[in-house]
Design a protein around this ligand. Structure first.
Ligand code: NAD
Length: 306
């Protein structure tokens, strides 16, 4: 007699410590005690252990929302970015309380390759792996090209583009050795389309998409996926700060900038929420997304569909 088969999914660790999904087939016709024993054995064998997640620029805005999303799942998280020590301590305490994982702070400046390498090495020495790397740190400067300060160009390229090369470079040997990894680069709608007065930002974000595709090809056979997220406007300090500059560059009021520049480009006429990018990051880091690599996902209220 054939019995219907049901899949029981147990989240746990295998394959060098990565979180995985174990499918156990259970025939309903099995004696209930035998079935229960099988289930218990599988559950006790498979401990749910935390991944190690590094999120650059996670003391504010989108990075903080991403770190919050992973911490709530019980993952160990390395946060990074600038901020007052007491505010960073408060973030650590809040994140640890939410999911029970451990949270450490690394102060690496994303313009300094040696500090970036130290951040990845510290994550590995503290938690034993780097499973998920989210390259999020970024800054903006809004000015005409002919007036654009050279040091601002260099700083934006360093933080918004080169820092991701340095983190990925340092994380690759660790991920390859474990045959597992998830790399998520926070690009932008400006990785796909341009706006005037944002030359360095647009150049860096277009560059990030190229780095994403190249790394994905190099890592495809090693269980490591590399993807980019292209958000539209999210009301974070980065956007709030550029409103007065954009108003100046375009000769508009700040209110006009918000409605006629920022929300005008998003057909939904709504800001994207940082938490929505956190949720998308969780998906890209999941087992279900293991065949998603070398691509970008837009979350921009329809901006780049036009
Ligand atoms: P934010 O200003 O709120 O946060 C930026 C984070 O980066 C902060 O934690 C800051 O301390 C950190 N940071 C800045 N310079 C750093 C450095 N040198 N070293 C280490 N950390 C540094 O900005 P946000 O809006 O949350 O932006 C996060 C990312 O999302 C950026 O890459 C940005 O380009 C991208 N993005 C933002 C929007 C948006 O509308 N806010 C849209 C698309 C993409």
């Amino acid at each position: 007699m054939r019995f219907p088969v049901h899949d029981i999914k147990v989240r746990g660790y295998c394959n060098g410590g990565r979180r995985n999904t174990i499918a156990m087939s259970a025939g309903l016709g099995l004696g209930s005690s035998r079935f229960a024993l099988q289930q218990k054995a599988a559950l006790s064998k498979e401990k749910i252990m935390a991944r190690t997640v590094v999120v650059t620029g996670s003391t504010s805005g989108i990075g903080l929302a991403i770190a919050t999303a992973f911490a709530a799942k019980g993952d160990n998280v390395v946060i990074n970015g600038f901020g007052k020590p007491e505010e960073i301590d408060a973030i650590k305490t809040r994140l640890e309380a939410s999911g029970g994982g451990k949270v450490i702070y690394h102060p690496a400046d994303m313009t300094k390759p040696a500090e970036i390498a130290d951040m990845i090495a510290t994550a590995n020495s503290t938690f034993g792996s780097v499973d998920v790397l989210v390259n999020n740190a970024g800054i903006q400067h809004v000015e005409k090209i002919e007036d654009f300060p050279i040091e601002k160009w260099d700083q934006i390229i360093a933080i918004n583009l080169s820092s991701s090369f340095h983190t990925i470079r340092a994380a690759i040997p660790l991920m390859k050795a474990r045959k597992y990894g998830r790399i998520i680069n926070i690009a932008s709608a400006h990785g796909l389309v341009a706006s005037p007065f944002k030359s360095a930002y647009v150049a860096a974000k277009h560059g990030i998409l190229g780095l994403t595709k190249t790394a994905a090809l190099e890592l495809a056979e090693f269980g490591v996926t590399v993807n980019a997220i292209c958000p539209g406007y999210v009301l974070t300090p980065l956007v709030e700060k550029q409103i007065p500059d954009t108003a100046k560059a375009r000769g508009m009021t700040e209110e006009q900038v918000k409605n006629e520049v920022i929300l005008k480009v998003q057909p939904t006429h709504e800001f994207v929420k940082a938490e929505e990018i956190g949720a998308l990051s969780l998906y890209l880091a999941s087992d279900e997304a293991r065949q998603v690599t070398g691509t970008h996902v837009s979350i921009d209220g329809g901006w780049t569909a036009e």
